[in-house]
Ligand binder design. Structure first.
Ligand SMILES: Cc1cc2nc3c(=O)[nH]c(=O)nc-3n(C[C@H](O)[C@H](O)[C@H](O)COP(=O)(O)OP(=O)(O)OC[C@H]3O[C@@H](n4cnc5c(N)ncnc54)[C@H](O)[C@@H]3O)c2cc1C
Length: 439
């Protein structure tokens, strides 16, 4: 039996597998092929994959493609994105997980059953595919549902692929009265038109292709995008509703990635959030594998991190939705402009005890919080801020070089202490700023 059994090898499952094997845990990862899809990865999503050592996955990601945006009646060029063929990316992610030392099983999980002091995944004939002491659910939106804690407006993405002539990669986003569209062109000539609309009136599966063609006929830019191209297969629908579920944490189970929370594609945060969550989850699982009594602390960490990543993505999506002002009374736009409801007030500057990641484990530490950094900052340049602040409080400056003095007292290099001190002053925690030193 492995230490950890991961179900699903998308960005979340594969990155977690690599992190856990790097920490010395034995990992079994069971995943099956995914449906065709083309997506655009943000620069920081690719950076996260690189940081996790997913070299094969990064190699499948195209160069940064130009993205044009037709929104609120204006055409702009906004950032760029890395276009990826998701089945190709996911196959590479599984190779990366295997290279990292995980045992990768290519199969579809039908059920999960308790087994001894762990869990086993079985196929639809009841054969064991893999087993582990700790179970991680990472099957994305296809994972068996857990209770929803927060749900955005119901959204549906209907996509169709076309084949045209090879050319430069590029993408475009455009808004219309009842939704928005995403257009992608891959260098091999494939083109994709994805229409995102309110999911309250879902066309029947058999009518999707006709529905998609009708939508395109009202969008000249989309029609131009595929002019001269041949359809490659029928239109496919994907649920695109933003939803935060329970992370389902117990001493031997956790949900990660889209299985825990899935974001609105307009936020552009999907793969980034899955990867960021996998990094955080690695520390949570690593802690519980060695110390089950840490469960309440890990629970706090998981809850805060999930809520925060979901809120960031929801807020990013909301900004884009509110920028479109031409159809405030159309249900699609009015529902999304009103979601999420106003975020909680920003915290005041101060010091709070938080569950944080320290050396790949969850620990409780004092962090410095500001309205701009509500989550709090533990360290700058590897120098923990709270002990530095406490030293400053106990032993006020005697003159001379501060970084030199405090670096000696804390046993830290003065140049890094200088950067941490500058951060404290800039954020009002040291004289010269606007705050006092006491917690
Ligand atoms: C319409 C739409 C468009 C999107 N566009 C973008 C975009 O452009 N950019 C972006 O960053 N994000 C985008 N996203 C979000 C992105 O797809 C997800 O957030 C991200 O892939 C989540 O990663 P994950 O690893 O949690 O899950 P997934 O990527 O869904 O991976 C789950 C894995 O589990 C496997 N699996 C599923 N069921 C089983 C089973 N029974 N047995 C074994 N394996 C199984 C799947 O094959 C898959 O490999 C989009 C989402 C939608 C719905």
């Amino acid at each position: 039996m492995a230490d950890v059994l991961i179900l699903g090898g998308g960005p979340a499952g594969a990155v977690l597998a690599r992190r856990l094997t790097a920490l010395g845990h034995e990992v079994a990862l069971v995943s099956c092929a995914r449906r065709p899809a083309v997506e655009g990865l943000s620069v920081r999503a690719v950076e996260g994959l690189r940081r996790a050592g997913c070299a094969e996955a990064v190699a499948t990601v195209g160069a940064l493609a130009m993205r044009s945006v037709d929104w609120n009646g204006r055409r702009t060029g906004l950032n760029g994105e890395h276009l990826v063929d998701r089945p190709v990316l996911d196959a590479a992610l599984l190779r990366d997980a295997a290279t990292g030392g995980a045992t990768v099983i290519h199969a579809a999980v039908a059920r999960v059953e308790p087994m001894g002091d762990g869990w086993r995944a079985v196929d639809d004939e009841g054969a064991t595919l893999g087993a582990g002491r700790f179970l991680v659910e990472a099957r994305g939106r296809r994972a068996p549902n857990a209770p929803a804690r927060e749900t955005g407006p119901r959204s549906l993405a209907v996509s169709r692929s076309y084949q045209g002539r090879p050319g430069p990669a590029g993408s475009a986003a455009l808004s219309f009265a009842d939704g928005w569209g995403w257009l992608a062109a891959l260098p091999d000539g494939r083109r994709v038109v994805q229409v995102i609309t309110d999911g309250t009136e879902i066309p029947a599966r058999a009518d999707l292709t006709a529905w998609h063609a009708a939508a395109i006929s009202t969008l000249p830019q989309a029609a131009d995008w595929i002019a001269g191209c041949t359809p490659a297969g029928a239109a496919e629908a994907r649920d695109a509703t933003a939803i935060r579920r329970s992370a389902g944490l117990s001493a031997d189970r956790l949900r990660i990635g889209d299985a825990a929370f899935a974001v609105d594609p307009l936020s552009g945060h999907g793969v980034y959030a899955a990867v960021a969550w996998a990094f955080a989850a690695a520390a949570a699982v690593n802690t519980l594998l060695t110390d089950r009594s840490a469960l309440p602390l890990v629970e706090r960490f998981v809850e805060e991190r999930c809520t925060e990543l979901f809120a960031q993505a929801a807020a990013a999506g909301n900004v884009f939705y509110r920028t479109e002002e031409r159809w405030p009374d159309r249900p699609f736009w009015s529902r999304r402009a009103a979601w999420p409801p106003a975020p909680p007030p920003l915290p005041e500057r101060g010091i709070r005890r938080r569950a944080v990641v320290v050396n790949d484990r969850i620990e409780e530490r004092p962090v410095l919080v500001t309205p701009a950094l509500p989550r709090g900052v533990l360290a700058v340049e590897g120098i923990e801020l709270w002990p530095l602040l406490a030293t400053a409080k106990e032993r006020p400056d005697q003159g001379g070089d501060l970084a030199e003095q405090w670096g000696r007292r804390l046993g830290q290099p003065p140049d890094r202490v200088a950067v941490a001190l500058a951060w404290l002053a800039r954020n009002g925690f040291l004289p010269g700023g606007t705050s006092h030193l006491a917690p």
